[in-house]
Design a protein around this ligand. Sequence first.
Ligand SMILES: [Zn+2]
Ligand SMILES: [Zn+2]
Length: 267
Amino acid sequence: MSETYEILALKYATHANRTRFDNFMSADDHASPQPIDYFVWVIRNSNRTLLVDTGFDHAEAKLRSRTLDLEPQEILRRVGVDAGKVETVIISHLHYDHAGTLDQYGKAKFHIQEAEMAYATGPCMCEDAMRKPFTVDHVCSLVKKVYSGRVMFHDGDGEVAPGITVHKTGGHSKGLQSVRVMTANGPVVLASDATHLYENIDRRKPFSITVDVEETLKTYTRLERLAGGNRARVVPGHDPLVLKRFPAWKPETQGTVHRLDLPAKMG
Ligand SMILES: [Zn+2]
Ligand SMILES: [Zn+2]
């Protein structure tokens, strides 16, 4: 039998001053406010602890006018995870809000799709519109880790640990990957930015930053399949509703740390 895991969503930042124009590429009521949250995710059981994405720090938050509640390492400490001891980090993609602070993880190996590294270091980055969501220092930091043998590349589907697999779910970025985790409640899919909000996948409305619409729409179907057909087990990467639908880890972490391996109340 496969191993099962606890999954924690750790909210570390928000972007409150945001409208639906920023979140959907299709025609919509663009003027209405629609804030988003920023997360990193911890996957753990008695055998191992993994991290999905590393978030961004104070300097990056200031640069991009985001509100940082806590640096990701700080919030990790609150759930008993020491960034310096984490051995496995899965990077969903290299956008600034998912791949900062890499040097804090001195013992880690980093799992990423080949296509994402090729995209973030290739000719598309000559175009301002394409490179906007990337921060060159983050990308360079990961390139250095390639040269020190600390990057594990995947091409499509790959196993990271028993019961934990990565799946290429491109569309938003070229080599985006989502993470499927076995839990006592069935397979849970950490979609990351394969769907920022529930509304992106539920109404088949791609996010404003999309490099391939066709791939994005195929990805929505794939995410549902990976979750065993249960939409409640597909977790969007930036939706404030995640903290309403899944229970808090502890009463005092309401709104900050929530359990994704427990059933969601979809409402
Ligand atoms: Zn992204
Ligand atoms: Zn993102």
